[in-house]
Design a protein around this ligand. Sequence first.
Ligand SMILES: [Zn+2]
Length: 129
Amino acid sequence: MSSIDSSACPCGAAATYDACCGALHRGSPARSAEALMRSRYAAYVRKDADYILQSWHPRTRPKVMSLDEDLLTWTGLTVHEHRVTGKNRATVEFSASYRGADGVPATLHEKSRFLREGNAWLYLDGEQR
Ligand SMILES: [Zn+2]
């Protein structure tokens, strides 16, 4: 858990995993909804279901989640727009590319909604485009 990971962050930012989403995965609060969204994508890449659940708003959070059987391989993230829509609300529109179990490349295009509770941004829900 404390091993140093100085490889490029899977979220695509020009930073190492440790300095970018790794810091959030270790418990630092996200400074923006976009940062939280990037860290959730990186958690999918790393199959860190605990972080996905932790960063999910209690109102919409699934009770259990496992990525052990997940056969998707996430291959890239593009953030199209980060919009602050209120004091504690924001949306992030993004495309995440992946290969399915069959190896065929595909893209998830989603506009996600986030709420801030205290100093923590949380994922509320998303609408596929
Ligand atoms: Zn990152």
